[in-house]
Design a protein around this ligand. Structure first.
Ligand code: MD3
Ligand code: FE
Length: 203
């Protein structure tokens, strides 16, 4: 039996196919205004394998010189991020239990070989609100552990339309994406996976 860490809720198939298609169109229009860019690790400048953009009043960005941070403007265009689509604001309202609205929606695009190492999300001043994530496109192998690096972890396969909510003590859990399973979904025109992560940033 798979036991998720305390505070994690997995809502498999939260969005049906029609809703997923509508979300992809909304993401396409965000990306048209706020192009995907290649994030760099702080200090080393090593490129991440995931491409990123954001919508919301704040976006999470990283580069060699300035590292991980939230900012109101796209790093390449200098324009404000597009608004978070109403469907995602409604998702947050339904599942987060938070008093405050989300400020950031990070959009991660994974090609066939992209992955994300185990890390904590701790660049937000407000750690009391949960993080809400949506998976679209190809399946992935997601891994989540506890709040200490090196602790035990559990793995689960995420599929298109799944929603995860990380609240309470899971808010600072280590997590990452070990692999994409290319060609497991027909949602996107090509292979790959999109992950949307809604967050409250400021207190
Ligand atoms: C658990 N993204 O962008 S989403 C990230 O699939 C990130 O793109 C992964 O981790 C992805 O930071 C995982 C699921 C997720 C997001 C935030 C969390 C899990 C989390 C915050 C705390 C605990
Ligand atoms: Fe994360």
């Amino acid at each position: 039996m798979l036991v998720l860490p305390k505070g994690v809720r997995h809502l498999p198939g939260y969005f049906d196919r029609t809703q997923q298609e509508a979300l992809v169109e909304e993401i396409r229009s965000v990306v048209a205004a706020a192009p995907l860019y290649v994030p760099e690790m702080p200090k080393t400048g090593k490129p991440m394998s995931v491409r990123m953009t954001n919508c919301g009043t704040l976006g999470w960005v990283t580069d060699k010189a300035r590292g991980y941070r939230y900012q109101p403007l796209h790093p390449a265009t200098g324009e404000p991020w597009p608004a978070i689509p109403a469907s995602l604001m409604a998702l947050w309202e339904t599942v987060s239990g938070a008093e405050k609205a989300p400020e950031a929606c990070l959009i991660n695009f994974y090609g066939e070989t992209a992955k994300m190492g185990l890390h904590q999300d701790r660049d937000e001043a407000d750690l009391s609100c949960p993080v809400v994530s949506v998976s679209l496109g190809d399946d992935c192998l997601f891994r989540i552990g506890g709040t200490e690096r090196g602790g035990r972890t559990v793995s689960l396969r995420l599929m298109s339309g799944d929603v995860l909510v990380f609240g309470g003590e899971s808010r600072l859990a280590f997590h990452g994406v070990d692999r994409i399973y290319p060609g497991t979904s027909t949602l996107l025109k090509n292979t790959g996976r999109i992950n949307l992560t809604l967050r409250r940033v400021t207190v």
